[in-house]
Write a protein that binds this ligand. Structure first.
Ligand SMILES: Nc1ncnc2c1ncn2[C@@H]1O[C@H](COP(=O)(O)OP(=O)(O)OP(=O)(O)O)[C@@H](O)[C@H]1O
Length: 226
């Protein structure tokens, strides 16, 4: 489990997160939803130990970040590192043997080419492959479905189901409701710097309708489309 207690985060005078309290349990998939700039990535970075914050993040492991795989929205790769070298680097850091990984690779990637030259979707698939091979217990996937092709989206959905079955904890952000519907046990809404709502699977349909109403209102009528 990961327990977040009274977490707050500011950049200068700007409050991004205020008094966040959350519990993430094993074998569950959580979706984090919020408008652009709501603070989703900031919260993920705090959990992954990449940002300072006030409050506490506790887990059942002595050093959470050593068992946590973070897929960032736009993975960055140093120049002159091939896809294969990147995977080897991340796996070596966790003492994971990569000798046979090419036989069992999930995505079809040009692993002998420089990762910095990959397309957006290829970079995401490479970063995801590496954190999966690391045998992490916790996964934070920041917009995992964005920018990857349909086939890979299907694979990613299945991977999330499998990780859940294995008892891992997965936290996903997405701007596409259907992807959360397909994968999550619970959706959390981040707005006005806090978690305003937590919704369980049986209430997703109602949540989607509420969000539709709130987002659209009568904006389309204003367009006076003909
Ligand atoms: N390093 C930083 N320095 C200053 N402000 C930052 C920094 N990182 C993020 N912010 C600000 O914090 C707020 C939250 O940003 P964040 O990236 O967490 O939002 P998000 O919910 O992930 O947005 P999106 O859906 O667009 O990815 C934004 O107002 C952003 O400008």
């Amino acid at each position: 489990m990961i327990q977040i207690e009274n977490l707050s985060k500011k950049y200068g005078n700007k409050v991004v997160l205020q008094s966040i309290n959350l519990l993430f349990e094993s074998g569950k998939v959580y979706g984090l939803v919020g408008e652009n700039g709501a603070g989703k990535t900031t919260l993920f970075n705090c959990i992954a130990g990449l940002e300072t914050y006030n409050g506490e993040i506790k887990s059942d492991l002595p050093i959470l970040k050593n068992h946590l795989g973070l897929l960032v929205t736009e993975p960055y790769f140093f120049p002159k590192i091939t896809g294969k070298e990147y995977i080897q680097l991340l796996c070596n850091a966790r003492n994971i043997n990569t000798i046979d990984f090419e036989k069992n690779k999930i995505f079809d990637l040009p692993l002998n080419e420089y990762a910095s030259k990959y397309s957006t979707g290829m970079k995401k698939k490479l970063a995801l492959t590496a954190i999966l091979l690391q045998e992490n217990k916790y996964f934070i996937l920041d917009e995992p479905f964005n920018g990857v092709d349909i086939q890979s989206n299907i694979i990613i959905t299945e991977i999330i189901h499998k990780l859940k079955d294995l008892g891992k904890t997965i936290i996903i952000s997405s701007h596409i409701f259907s992807t959360l519907n397909d994968t999550c046990d619970e959706i959390m809404i981040l707005e006005n710097n806090s978690i305003s709502k937590r919704v369980i699977k049986s209430d997703f349909y109602q949540l989607e309708n509420e969000m539709k109403k709130k987002s659209i209102g009568n904006k389309i009528d204003f367009l006076n489309l003909k």
